[in-house]
Structure formats: structure tokens, C-alpha cells
Write a protein that binds this ligand. Structure first.
Ligand code: SF4
Length: 124
């Protein structure tokens, strides 16, 4: 089996460089081209071997000035864990007040990142 080339767009900055990653038969990265800076190479290597994402969503708030609060994972989680993370988020309800940075779910879905509030919702 020959080397495989994966093409992707770097999302680390607005330049959106087109990056080509060459993988050998063992799926190891052997070459990266098209990146303008080292961050692009890091992104591309991670994306083809263990893609990670930050998850953003909302959580229901009880007794708040708003019915929901925006949330995100405090760090990246494995891309293939997003559905499990969303299922865990959907089970969460919190009582107002909620403040930016409050941890609303520790280690969401066991994926290694806490779920935190990204805005304030005061009690009514
Ligand atoms: S490779 Fe560097 S310059 Fe290009 S999009 Fe990625 S972070 Fe930006």
C-alpha cells in the first residue's frame, strides 16, 4: 500500500492555509507541507492522528433571568466523543445564579474536560 495524502484547511488562524499531510502505511505522519507556521504543522499532525474539538452548547437554567446559559468544554475533547459529550450536556440543569467560568459538569462524559459557563445568568 502506498503513502496516503490528506488535505485539510488549518483552522488555527484566519489565513486558513491548505495543508497536505503524508501518512505512511502505518498511518504515521511522514511529511507536512502548505503550512505557513509551525502551529499549522502541529494542528495537521494532530488532526490526522487524534482530532480534538472544543464543544459549545447551552444548559438549562432554573430560576434565571434567561432559560439557558451558554457553555463550552474548558479544553478540547476527542472528536469522536462529541456525541457522548452532547448527551451528557443535555442531562445538566443548573440553578441560577450562574457565573462565567462556573464548572457545571466535571469531566464531561469522562472525556477529560470540564463543562464551564461562558456567561452570567442572574437569578430572578
Ligand atoms: S499554518 Fe499558521 S498561518 Fe497558516 S492558518 Fe495555520 S496557524 Fe495560520
Amino acid at each position: 500500500m502506498a503513502n496516503q495524502i490528506r488535505e485539510l484547511t488549518c483552522i488555527r488562524c484566519p489565513m486558513g492555509c491548505q495543508i497536505q499531510v503524508t501518512l505512511n502505511e502505518e498511518k504515521e505522519v511522514v511529511n507536512i507541507t502548505g503550512n505557513t507556521c509551525p502551529r499549522g504543522a502541529e494542528y495537521a499532525a494532530a488532526e490526522v492522528t487524534h482530532p480534538m474539538r472544543t464543544v459549545t452548547s447551552t444548559v438549562k437554567v432554573i430560576g434565571g433571568e434567561l432559560p439557558v446559559v451558554s457553555v463550552k468544554t474548558a479544553g478540547d475533547i476527542p472528536k469522536d466523543g462529541i456525541m457522548a459529550c452532547m448527551a451528557a450536556i443535555n442531562q445538566v440543569q443548573v440553578k441560577a445564579p450562574v457565573h462565567i467560568g462556573d464548572v457545571l459538569l466535571e469531566n464531561a462524559a469522562g472525556l477529560g474536560a470540564d463543562l464551564v459557563a461562558t456567561r452570567d445568568v442572574e437569578a430572578i
